[in-house]
Design a protein around this ligand. Sequence first.
Ligand code: PBG
Ligand code: ZN
Length: 337
Amino acid sequence: MQYPHYRPRRLRRTETLRDLVRETVLTTKDFIYPLYVKHGNQLKEEITSMPLVYRFSIDMLEPEILELKSLGIRAVLLFGIPDHKDPVGSESYDPHGAVQEAIAEIHRVDPDMIVITDVCMCEYTSHGHCGALDENNKVDNDASHELLIKEALSHVKAGADIIAPSDMMDGRVGALRKALDDAGYSDVPIMAYSAKFASAYYGPFREAAESTPQFGNRKGYQMDCGNANEALREVELDIQENADFVMVKPALAYLDILWRVKERFGFPTVTYNVSGEYTLIKGAAKEGWIDERAIVLENLLAMKRAGADLIITYHAKEAARWILEDTHKGVDHYCED
Ligand code: PBG
Ligand code: ZN
C-alpha cells in the first residue's frame, strides 16, 4: 500500500468516480423537520433570527405537511406554544392544546407522516424551566416526572407516533416507558434527548418557543459542555431505561460525542442540528459570505458520517430540495470547494 503503487488520487479523478466511492450520502429520509404550533387563525409568523422557520396555527399546517411529503421528508417534531403559562405547565397536557390538535391535523393531511412530540415543560411553565419547582424554586427531579408523564400520555392519546423527552431529568425515560406501557401504549417508541448539553446555541429557539427561563439557567439539568464520558453514561442510562432512540444535541460542536455514542452503543442515534447552528448559516448566507447550499450539505453529511441515523434540522426542506435536484441529475454535490 505504498506510493508510487498505491495512489489514493486514482479514485478522485472524475465526479462520477467520486460519486461511486463516496462512503456516506444523504437522503431525504435522514431528516426530521421541527414545527412550532400554536392556537389562532391564519398565523404563519416567521422567527426573526430563523428565516423561513415559522410558528403555525393549526389551520395553516396543511400546505406545509403536503410540501414535506412531496420532498420525501417522513417525520416532524412538534413544539407547542401555549396560550397561557402557569407554574405546572398545565396546557402541556390539555387535550385541546396546540400540539394535541396539530397531531390530529397532520395525520388527517398525511396519515403516514411520523409525528414526534417534544415532551418538556419549559414552553408551558410561567418560570420557563423544564420541570416542576420545589418550595425553594429548585427544579424538583422526581416531581417533574409526573408532569412529563401527563404531557406524554396526552400526546399519545392524541395520536403521537413517537415521544421525545427533552427535559433532562434523571430517570424520566424509565418513568415514561412504564407509564406508556401501563396505559396500553407499549408500541409507542421513546426518542430520548440523552446527551443534551446546556448550550448558547438554543438562543433562537427560546425566542421562537418563548421558553427562556425567567430566573437562573438550565445548567442544573442539562449537561456541562466539557463532559464526554458523562455523555456516554447518560446514553447508557437511557438505553437501560428502554429508550428506542438516543440523541446528541447540539450537533456540530458535539460531533465527537455523536461518534463515540454510535461507536460504543450502535443504537439508533439522532442528532439535533439546533436553532443557533441554523441562524449562523442563515446570517452569513444573507450577507453573501458563504455558499449556503454547499455549506449546509457538507455540515449535514458530517453529522451522518459521525454516526447520526437521523438528523433533526431546520435545513430539512431546503436540503431535501437540493438532494432531489442532484438525484434527478444523477450526480451528488456534497463536497464542493
Ligand atoms: C426544550 C427544548 C429546547 C430545544 C429543544 N427542546 C431548548 C432548551 O432546552 O432550552 C432546542 C432546540 C433548538 O435550539 O433548536 N427543552
Ligand atoms: Zn425544556
